[in-house]
Design a protein around this ligand. Structure first.
Ligand code: MSP
Length: 503
């Protein structure tokens, strides 16, 4: 099976922050899980570079827009590399490979009869590069709902796309394929807004600057930056080697840009007669220390702060926190320092770290570091039930559910240690076989946990496997999850705490 996952392409004007890191990390976890399952994965992220504000910022910094974009795109690439993100490609909309394809798609659109030249006047949110409908503009008191800056009344001659003709097709799509927009609440929001009526939308802008992709055959216009950006998902794989990846399996985004992905993108694809992506998944937002992140409040979880967390707790702990306590569903999540600390200590150090550590220490102490023979399969049924819940969660981006199932199993395994009290069994040689069996079950649980945490905490997973003496490369998921795979007689490695306690 193939699996094609994308993140939004980020505005090249921004500095990478926790929001960008979050979506990209979630996509990374999905990609790693599918690779583990043996799927052929293509994981795409990148930068959106043709926004008008790039021209202004470049000028402020005495650079050309391209120089400015090069510098900032590099910051994103470096950040993702540093954070161990395993994207297969990084697309930049200023790259010739993208520009060529975008022009080709635009030329195709111009021929469809769905596009006409018209004039537009409306309320423009310059920060977001989008027009707001009259009622929305009013609702937000003519200020940007995103950055609070005043909306601008703007009039432009543009190429328009007949979005208004697509209401029925879109509503049918959302009804027939409820998985197309997830979570459900978001799909319903989109459907309601479509029912309010769709206006035709501009897909070009008069080119005031020489920055953007020209509309083929009309020098006076560039492709509207949002349309240019959406094309990236297709342009990146629109070549003989990668064509089989289309349609994308999931476009991972946040709720702020759902409209573009759930309404505008599929209609573009319908007009272009291309297959639609299988899913658009819109997660919610991180806030910070209980408040919306904002530069003026100084509570932005920026790169410097992210670096500090990685230095203090380790990259894997950060990934775990993002996946387990992040805004994957419909609620926003709070990135709070105290909360991070608690999670690290309670869930990582006390539960998982402790289970693995005590298991290995006992094997060291009571069995000279050799994994003993199994006796019964006391944990097998719970393990199998957990694996199936985990699998289900991983398959539908319910990483919170998958991790909950896994952590229940960790808790159950810790209880099993208490109930079977190996330290008591060890006192009487008559219990030797019983003790073997308990230690084997625990070691096998640790092995299983190492497999299942791999997409979330790849380094920790490898550490567990090294300590357990099974450091060789993981085989395919379906084999690895079979209970009893750990060979008796395995010599364990050096035992060390996975998550040293923090105060
Ligand atoms: N360039 C457009 C996207 C074009 S995609 C064809 C854009 N860029 S952006 O830099 O503003 O990125 C928006 C995305 O960043 C969100 O959809 C989300 O993935 C991520 N996040 C930005 N802030 C966020 C939070 N506070 N919390 C979680 N994710 C957020 O829009």
């Amino acid at each position: 099976m193939k699996f094609y996952v994308t993140t939004p392409i980020y505005y090249v004007n921004d500095r990478p922050h926790i929001g960008h890191v979050y979506t990209t990390t979630i996509a990374d976890i999905a990609a790693r899980f599918h690779r583990l399952c043996g799927d052929e994965v293509f994981f795409l992220t990148g930068t959106d570079e043709h926004a008008a504000k790039v021209v202004d910022s470049a000028a402020e910094h005495g650079m050309t827009p391209q120089q400015w974009a090069d510098q900032n795109a590099q910051a994103f690439q470096e950040t993702f590399a540093k954070l161990g993100i395993t994207n297969d490609d990084f697309i930049r909309t200023s790259q010739p490979r993208h520009k060529e394809k975008a022009q080709q798609y635009m030329a195709e659109l111009l021929k469809t009869g769905d596009v006409y030249l018209g004039e537009y006047e409306g309320w423009y949110d310059a920060g977001q590069e989008e027009y707001l409908p009259e009622n929305k503009a009013k609702e937000y008191e003519f200020k940007s709902p995103i950055n609070g800056k005043p909306l601008v009344r703007k009039r432009e001659k543009n190429y328009f796309f007949r979005l208004s003709q697509y209401s029925d097709a879109l509503l049918k799509l959302l009804e027939e394929r409820p998985g197309f927009v997830q979570p459900d609440v978001r799909r319903k929001e989109v459907a309601n807004r479509i029912r309010e009526g769709l206006n035709d939308i501009p897909i070009s802008r008069t080119s005031e600057h020489n920055w953007g992709i020209r509309v083929p055959g009309d020098e006076a216009h560039v492709i509207y930056v949002w349309i240019d950006a959406l094309f990236n998902y297709l342009s990146a794989v629109d070549n003989p080697e990668r064509r089989h990846f289309w349609p994308a399996d999931v476009h991972l985004i946040a709720k702020d840009i759902l409209w573009f992905h759930a309404v505008i993108w599929p209609t573009m694809l319908m007009a272009l007669k291309r297959e639609l992506p299988r899913q658009v998944y819109a997660h919610s937002f991180w806030i910070s220390e209980g408040q919306k992140m904002s530069k003026s409040l100084g509570n932005f979880v920026d790169l410097e702060k992210i670096d500090r967390y990685v230095a203090d707790f380790g990259l894997d702990a950060l990934r775990y926190f993002l996946a387990r306590h992040g805004p994957l569903g419909i609620n926003d999540s709070d990135f709070a320092d105290a909360r991070f600390n608690d999670v690290y200590n309670a869930e990582l150090a006390d539960k998982m770290g402790n289970l693995v550590n005590r298991t290995l220490t006992m094997i060291q102490r009571y069995r000279n570091g050799i994994v003993p023979q199994p006796k019964d399969e006391a944990l097998r049924a719970v393990a199998e039930k957990m694996v199936s819940a985990y699998r289900e969660g991983m398959g539908c981006l319910d990483f919170v559910g998958a991790l909950e199932a896994l952590w229940d199993f960790v808790v159950r395994s810790n209880q099993y240690v208490e109930e079977s009290a190996p330290w008591k069994l060890a006192k009487d040689p008559a219990n030797a076989r019983q003790l073997d069996g308990v230690l084997y079950n625990l070691a096998e649980s640790a092995r299983l946990i190492s497999v299942l945490v791999t997409p979330f905490m790849p380094t920790i997973a490898q550490q567990i496997r090294t300590q357990l003496g099974v450091a060789d490369k993981l085989q395919v998921f379906s084999d690895e999850i079979a209970w009893g795979r750990l060979a008796a007689g395995t010599k364990i490695g050096l035992v060390a705490p996975l998550f040293p306690k923090r105060t």
